[in-house]
Design a protein around this ligand. Structure first.
Ligand code: NAG
Length: 206
């Protein structure tokens, strides 16, 4: 859901922004997930404008209904992503300030398709390859970082690794050219493997 929010909903909210910002009578239907308010605030929305969507309720607009262009599921356009980065003031840091190797943890729920059975082993294997050690960061979306901290973290990424899922959506904030190793866990409990080639990109002593 975080993925859809970041890459599909934020671009639509950007289209609505000029019509909604500063007008508390205009409201927007949202899922009311914990991460929403931070991003809405950064885009100039007031959280009082948020209405939690309830599938059992019929909504109607008394004056006008604003409907942004849809963003195709799983295929946000480059323009949509660039506009979102710009609206959130995402910076492209100088290469020297982009040294982090970030592992995005999979789902904790062992029944989830985004769960990785051998995750501890994988993280330990990566850790041994990253020098200095403090450049290795584990991103766990269960820890609910603020939007600002999430953006700041992923701006500093040199390599982002992880199973497909919400955590990896944050590469939206990483600089062009950041190495990304995406592992699909197509079947529940399929262990992911670490592809050594990604590490060759990370040569701290080179
Ligand atoms: C774990 O994941 C399964 C499969 O997606 C789902 O049916 C179940 O509700 C989840 N359990 C929890 C506690 O979230």
């Amino acid at each position: 859901m975080y993925y859809s929010f970041l890459l599909e909903t934020l671009p639509k909210l950007l289209l609505l922004q000029p019509f909604l910002a500063d007008d508390l009578e205009r409201q927007v239907l949202m899922w009311d997930q914990p991460w929403e308010d931070d991003y809405l605030g950064m885009l100039g929305f007031n959280t009082e404008q948020k209405v939690k969507y309830d599938p059992d309720v019929v909504y109607f607009a008394t004056e006008s209904l604003l409907y942004p262009s849809p963003v195709v599921h799983n295929e946000p356009s480059l323009n949509a992503m660039l506009a979102t980065r710009a609206a959130l003031n995402v910076a492209v840091l100088p290469a020297a300030e982009r040294g982090l190797v970030i592992y995005c943890k999979g789902a904790a729920n062992a029944s989830s398709a985004q769960h990785v059975d051998n995750e501890d082993e994988i993280m330990a294997a990566i850790q041994t390859l990253v020098i200095p050690e403090d450049r290795f960061v584990i991103y766990d979306d269960a820890l609910s970082m603020s939007a600002a901290s999430t953006i700041e973290l992923f701006e500093q990424a040199k390599v982002v690794i992880g199973p497909h899922g919400d955590g990896l959506s944050n590469i939206l904030f990483s600089a062009p050219g950041t190495q990304v190793s995406l592992k699909y866990t197509l079947m529940h409990a399929t262990p992911i493997t670490v592809d050594a080639s990604i590490y060759s990109a990370y040569a701290p002593n080179a």
